[in-house]
Design a protein around this ligand. Structure first.
Ligand SMILES: Cc1cc2nc3c(=O)[nH]c(=O)nc-3n(C[C@H](O)[C@H](O)[C@H](O)COP(=O)(O)O)c2cc1C
Length: 405
């Protein structure tokens, strides 16, 4: 376990006390006015007590008019500053770093919580029956693009002032940054579309605006797709080029993931050829390691101490990212290091109705409820029924839609 428990220093000087990071999980437990709740803040106290190197929050939105989920935290000004300070203070004295993940959903924004949905181009989501929950996005105007870029910077700066110790751009999973990168969702013919250089312009400008607002030595990372796994989408080769561009600009940490709402590779292994390997995107990270010295974090599929150790020993990554296991093993990594278990659980809960399980099921809300339980001082509930979670989510959706009208 030598490497897993060893510290790691980013080139900017930030020191992680070990190699385990909690990857972002949208908690969906902000208030309906998008402030962090006590429950949300308490969940981070629980996680901080487990002593990971780094905790990355669930995605925080840059605009209250562009939500991924109804109860996202939004930071666009100082209105929730006291609660943000309280959230950032959860890691005080623990040696744990706490970074917010900053996001704009672009076209992956449910119609029932967003009046206007914007994206690089008017390309609708194709998700079978579930597509009905989304509307055709409106292509962003030049001035709107610059406004969003500015928002990323403002959100990062306010969170820095609140006490967060770094930040991460959400550049993966088919949200706005990733929509600009992908030729499937970005069919623009201006300076923001076409060549990879043009499609990468948005992420480059977002990074530079954040850097301008937070200063030179503050850690800024990104979560990026190894690929979208979609025909005509962002490829591995393109992803490696973007990693190269961001590395040259001095980004501090690159987290590797993959997939979009249309192809949710982030929570499921995609390639049969990688079956024997625990982490989903290990093949990619091995390739990308050869071309960048920037610290790399890999997330998706890690479940055993042995698997994490082997990946670190291969020297192709620096930080092991874990998401779902943190919901069911809240004292990670302490308990793992103390050998209280060897294998982490992260089941895929089912509703029990084949058709519904096929179109996306109940996985995310099931894990969100586990986070809520942690914040309420309860232990995780492994036997929680998928059907009950499904019915509760529908009722919540109706309540929110009624509140809107
Ligand atoms: C409930 C839930 C919410 C998630 N929300 C986010 C998010 O806000 N941002 C993000 O980058 N990834 C999000 N993810 C994806 C995870 O960060 C991670 O990439 C994925 O779960 C694979 O890692 P794991 O196998 O360790 O769970 C979420 C996953 C779950 C289960």
């Amino acid at each position: 376990m030598k490497k897993l428990t060893s510290s790691f220093q980013l080139p900017c000087g930030s020191l992680f006390q070990n190699r385990i990071a909690k990857s972002a999980m949208s908690e969906n437990i902000g208030t309906y006015k998008h402030a962090p709740t006590k429950t949300l803040i308490n969940a981070y106290k629980v996680w901080a007590a487990g002593q990971p190197g780094l905790l990355i929050t669930g995605n925080i939105m840059v605009d209250s008019k562009a939500l991924g989920e109804p109860r996202n935290v939004v930071v666009e000004d100082y209105r929730h500053f006291d609660a943000l300070k309280e959230w950032a203070a959860t890691v005080q004295g623990t040696g744990v770093h706490l970074w917010p993940q900053i996001n704009h959903p672009g076209r992956q924004a449910f119609s029932w919580i967003n009046q206007k949905v914007v994206a690089p181009s008017a390309v609708p989501l194709r998700m079978g029956g579930a597509s009905r929950m989304f509307q055709q996005p409106e292509p962003l105007e030049e001035n709107e693009i610059w406004t969003i870029i500015k928002r990323f910077g403002t959100t990062a700066r306010i969170l820095k002032e609140a006490g967060f110790t770094g930040c991460q751009i959400h550049g993966a999973h088919g949200y706005l940054v990733s929509q600009f990168l992908s030729p499937h969702t970005n069919i623009r013919t201006d300076q923001w579309g076409g060549s990879l250089k043009n499609r990468a312009r948005f992420v480059v400008e977002v990074y530079q605006e954040i850097r301008r607002q937070v200063g030179a030595n503050y850690p800024v990372g990104i979560k990026i797709n190894s690929a979208d796994f979609q025909r005509g989408g962002f490829t591995e080769t393109e992803s490696m080029e973007v990693v190269g561009i961001l590395s040259n600009l001095g980004i501090d940490l690159i987290e590797i993931s993959g997939g979009t709402y249309e192809k949710p590779a982030m929570v499921k292994r995609q390639k049969k050829s990688t079956q024997a390997r625990e982490a989903y995107f290990l093949d990619y990270v091995e390739k990308v390691r050869k071309q960048t010295q920037t610290p790399l974090m890999l997330t998706g599929g890690f479940r055993t101490r042995k698997g994490m150790e082997a990946a670190l020993d291969s020297d192709c990554l620096d930080i092991v990212g874990l998401a779902r296991p943190f919901c069911l093993h809240p004292r990670l990594p302490k308990d793992l290091f103390e050998k209280k278990y060897d294998r982490l659980s992260a089941p895929v809960p089912k509703i029990g109705i084949a058709l519904l399980d096929k179109i996306g099921g109940v996985e995310l809300p099931w894990y969100e409820i586990q986070i809520q339980r942690l914040g309420q001082g309860k232990e995780p509930h492994l036997q929680l029924s998928g059907l009950i979670v499904f019915v509760t989510s529908i009722l919540r959706m109706i309540r929110k839609a009624l509140a809107k009208n």
